[in-house]
Design a protein around this ligand. Structure first.
Ligand code: SIN
Ligand code: FE2
Length: 214
């Protein structure tokens, strides 16, 4: 292990690829505040199981906050400024969300990250997310910041082609993964969750992914 690796380890940063890093425990302290904010958001924009363009119901339940929210149906994937279920604007992004996303991005080498969209995913045991790229955003200059809360999951972090080999990362409560720059379009996904319980979330995992979408 060279000096650089050692410094990275001490800072809790694990480089995954150029432009991609795992920040172990980065969100642990603020997690209760984040989860309270998720409850508020879900009270006005409830979690729902969206349809994929192929007509399948997603096993993950989703909602959004920010000026744009992510939506999927038989017409495709896209961002909308209103919740299609209620036709109201998405709940505003809480300050604790934007601050955490900004700071995590900065720690991973992306200064000045100002997300306008946060997709909130809720996984029950058995739920999964197949390998995909995040490519509905207008500008790939900004990274993706992904925050794991609640029960653990195995995150698949692949390459720029669907069939590239994947790294399997066990993400626990408070872990943050950032990918941008040359890694911005890497394929990623989540294996079916094993049953577990977490004191703050019960038998589920909440994932926040922050994007600069507009
Ligand atoms: C996503 O790709 O939108 C979510 C990834 C995760 O749940 O860790
Ligand atoms: Fe994604």
């Amino acid at each position: 292990m060279d000096l650089f690796d050692e410094q990275e380890r001490e800072a809790g940063i694990h480089a995954l690829a150029p432009g991609a890093a795992l920040l172990r425990g980065f969100a642990r302290d603020v997690a209760p505040t984040l989860l309270a904010a998720v409850d508020d958001i879900a009270a006005s924009a409830p979690f729902r199981h969206l349809l994929t363009p192929g007509g399948h119901t997603m096993s993950v339940a989703t909602t959004s906050c920010g000026t744009l929210g992510w939506h999927s149906d038989e017409q495709g994937y896209r961002y909308t400024s209103r919740d299609p279920d209620s036709e109201r604007r998405w709940p505003a992004m809480p300050a604790c969300f934007s601050a955490l996303a900004h700071d995590a991005a900065a720690r991973a080498g992306f200064a000045g990250f100002a997300p306008d969209a946060c997709l909130i995913n809720r996984y029950a045991p058995g739920a999964r997310l197949t390998l995909h790229q995040d490519r509905n955003e207008r500008d790939y200059g900004a990274p993706i910041v992904s925050v794991s809360l609640g029960i653990p999951a195995v995150f698949l972090f692949g390459g720029l082609r669907r069939n590239d080999p994947t790294q399997k990362l066990r993400l626990v409560h408070g872990d943050v993964v950032v990918w941008g720059g040359p890694s911005r379009l890497r394929f990623h996904g989540v294996l079916p969750l094993a049953h577990a319980e977490h004191p703050l979330t019960g038998a589920c995992r909440i994932n926040l992914t922050f994007r600069a979408a507009a």
